[in-house]
Ligand binder design. Structure first.
Ligand code: SF4
Length: 535
C-alpha cells in the first residue's frame, strides 16, 4: 500500500543512528570510487522492505569501483545518505528506485531540497530512475531526469555498470552510451521505443541480506521464490509488467535458504504461482534453521491443507478478494469464490492465526450500489460467523494503471468516490477494524499514473503546495482517453512484451463480464509475453 510521508524522516534517521539497527549494510571508502546515491523516495521502513531496492544496493556495492549509499525521503530536511550522512549533492550518479506513482512528487521534492537543479541542462549530476512505476509510465518525470531504466536489474547490470565506470566523467557520453541499450530511454536522444528487460526462466532468485529492525518486514531476510503471476487480474500493474510467470532456479533457491542464519525471519516473495512441492523443500530447510516465515501476499486459491504448515510460525495473514460481487469478479478477472474465503478462515483456526486482513477495492469499472451492498453483506457475514481473529478490512479506490487492460477505464470523480466511501463507512459502522485509503491521494496517484510531461510540470510548480492545491492543478491538466484500441497513450513507446491489442481485447471482455483463464505458460502465445522464453 502507498504511504504518504507526513513528517521528517531524516531527523528520525539521524536521531536513532539507523545503522545500529541494521545488519548487512556496506560502508565503503569513497576515495577512487564512483559514488552512487540509491534513492527510495518514500519512508525508510517501506524502502527497506522493497526487495528490488535492497537487491540493487547489494549488486552495486559488489563492484570494487562503486560506493553505493541509500537515501530516503525527508519532507523538510536536505536528503542525506544513511551510510555516511553525505548530502545528495555529493553523489555523481543519483539513481531513484520508484515503485509508486505518488513518489514522483517526493522524487522531485528531494532534488529540490538537495539544491540540485530540476532541469538536466543546469546540473552535472546524472539523475536516473527505474522501478515498477517508471517501467509503467515515466513520462511525468521526463523533463527532470537524464534517463530511465526499464525492466529487471539482473538483465541490465552487465551492460550498465561498465558504462558507469568508463564514462563517469563525461555525462553526455555516458547518457549516449546508455541510450544504445534497448532498455534505456532518454529525452536527450529520444528513441521510438524502449524494450522492458526481463530475465528468462531459471534465473537466480533475488535474496536480500540487509535487515533492519525498523523495516516493515522487521529483521526479515527476503527471498524471491517465483516471479510474476499469470492470474490476469485486469487492474494489476505488477501482474502485466512481470509477465510471463517465471520460475527461479531451484538449486540456487535452496542454496540461498541453506545460507541463511539460524533463527532468522524470512519473507517469501512471489508465492502466488510458486510450486507447492518447491515450497515444501524450502520449508524443510528453513525449519531446520528454526526460521519464522512472513508472506508478502498469498493467493487464496492455492491455500490448501498442505499449505497450512507454512503458516504455523506466522500470526497474521492478508487476503485480497477485492470484491464480493460476482459480476465485478468477472469484470476484474479475479474469481475468488466468497465461500472459499469462509473455508480458508475455518482452516486458519487450526494454525492459531491472530489477525486476518482483507483487502477490497471500490469504484471499479461498472460498479453499482448493489455491488457495494454485496461487499457489505459479505463482510457482515464474516464478522457474525464468530471466527476467533482480529479482522481488518481495508478499502482502496480503484486506480486505472497504464499498460493494463484498465488503461482505457474511466477515472471516477472524487465526489463520486466520496459518496461510495461514505456509503461503506455508514453501512459497516461498528464492524471490525476498517481502514480507507485517503481519497485525495488515490486520485493524485491516478492522475500521475496516466499522466504525461505536463503532469510533471504541474507537480514541479506545486512542490510546496498543499495536497488539495496540487490535486486541483493536476485535475486541470488531466488527459481524457477514448475507448478505442488505436488510442495513443503517452506510454506507448514502452514495449512490455504484452501486445496492446491483447490489453484492449481484455478491456472489452471486462465490459462484457467475460473472464480469462489463468496463464498456461508453454502452451499459449496469446499476449506474446512468453516469446522471451523462446529466445
Ligand atoms: S503468452 Fe499466454 S501464458 Fe504467456 S504470459 Fe501471455 S497469456 Fe500468459
Amino acid at each position: 500500500m502507498i504511504k504518504l510521508v507526513l513528517q521528517s524522516h531524516q531527523s528520525y534517521i539521524k536521531d536513532m543512528k539507523i545503522l545500529q539497527h541494521e545488519q548487512g549494510y556496506y560502508k565503503k571508502k569513497w576515495t577512487g570510487r564512483i559514488p552512487i546515491a540509491l534513492v527510495f523516495p518514500n519512508e525508510y521502513s517501506v524502502g527497506m522492505s522493497n526487495l528490488g531496492f535492497l537487491f540493487l544496493y547489494q549488486r552495486l556495492n559488489s563492484y570494487e569501483e562503486i560506493v553505493c549509499e541509500r537515501v530516503f525521503f525527508s519532507k523538510t530536511d536536505k536528503p542525506l545518505s544513511i551510510e555516511s550522512s553525505r548530502p545528495l549533492k555529493d553523489f555523481r550518479i543519483i539513481l531513484f528506485a520508484i515503485p509508486f506513482e505518488v513518489d514522483f512528487i517526493n522524487a522531485l521534492k528531494m532534488l529540490f531540497n538537495a539544491g540540485i537543479p530540476l532541469s538536466p541542462e543546469n546540473r552535472d549530476h546524472i539523475v536516473l530512475a527505474g522501478g515498477v512505476a517508471i517501467t509503467a509510465n515515466p513520462t511525468p518525470l521526463i523533463p527532470f531526469f537524464d534517463g530511465f531504466f526499464f525492466g529487471e536489474w539482473e538483465e541490465m547490470e552487465d551492460a550498465v555498470v561498465p558504462l558507469f565506470v568508463e564514462w563517469i566523467d563525461n555525462k553526455a557520453k555516458l547518457i549516449e552510451s546508455l541510450n544504445a541499450l534497448p532498455f534505456f530511454w532518454t529525452s536527450h536522444q529520444p528513441k521510438e521505443e524502449v524494450k522492458v528487460a526481463k530475465a528468462k526462466n531459471g534465473f537466480k532468485p533475488v535474496v536480500s541480506r540487509l535487515i533492519s529492525e525498523k523495516a516493515e518486514f522487521k529483521n526479515s531476510y527476503l527471498i524471491e521464490v517465483f516471479r510474476g503471476c499469470g492470474r490476469g487480474c485486469r487492474f494489476c500493474l505488477a501482474g502485466y509488467l512481470y509477465r510471463p510467470p517465471r520460475a527461479v532456479d531451484k538449486v540456487a533457491l535452496l542454496e540461498a535458504c541453506k545460507n541463511l542464519p539460524e533463527k532468522g525471519k524470512v519473507g517469501l516473495i512471489g508465492l502466488e504461482f510458486a510450486d507447492l512441492s518447491l515450497l515444501k523443500e524450502v520449508w524443510s530447510i528453513l525449519k531446520t534453521k528454526s526460521a519464522t516465515l512472513t508472506f508478502s501476499s498469498i493467493r487464496a486459491e492455492t491455500i490448501t491443507e498442505d499449505f497450512l504448515p507454512f503458516l504455523s510460525t506466522t500470526r497474521s495473514i492478508a487476503l485480497a478478494p477485492e470484491t464480493a460481487s460476482e459480476k465485478l469478479k468477472k469484470r476484474v478477472n479475479k474469481l475468488i469464490d466468497n465461500e472459499l474465503i469462509f473455508k480458508l478462515l475455518e482452516m486458519f483456526k487450526a494454525v492459531h492465526l491472530k489477525k486476518v486482513k482483507l483487502y477490497f477495492m471500490y469504484g471499479l469499472p461498472g460498479e453499482t450500489l448493489e455491488d457495494l451492498q454485496e461487499n457489505v453483506k459479505f463482510i457482515r457475514k464474516i464478522v457474525k460467523s464468530g471466527f476467533p481473529f482480529l479482522f481488518r478490512f481495508t478499502f482502496s479506490p480503484f486506480v486505472p494503471k497504464p499498460n493494463t487492460p484498465f488503461q482505457w477505464a474511466n477515472l471516477l470523480e472524487i465526489k463520486e468516490l466520496e459518496e461510495r466511501e461514505k456509503f461503506l463507512k455508514r453501512e459497516l459502522k461498528g464492524v471490525g477494524e476498517l481502514s480507507f485509503e485517503p481519497l485525495k491521494l488515490a486520485r493524485i496517484q491516478a492522475l500521475i499514473a496516466r499522466g504525461n510531461e505536463e503532469t510533471g510540470l504541474v507537480i514541479s510548480q506545486n512542490l510546496t503546495a498543499p495536497t488539495s492545491k496540487l490535486l486541483k492543478a493536476l485535475e486541470e491538466a488531466k488527459m481524457e482517453f477514448k475507448d478505442r484500441g488505436s488510442e495513443r497513450f503517452p506510454w506507448d513507446f514502452i514495449k512490455t512484451g504484452v501486445k496492446k491489442s491483447y490489453l484492449y481485447a481484455e478491456w472489452k471482455k471486462s465490459l462484457l463480464g467475460i473472464p480469462t483463464k489463468t496463464c498456461r505458460v508453454g502452451e499459449c502465445k496469446t499476449c506474446s509475453a512468453c516469446s522471451i522464453l523462446e529466445s
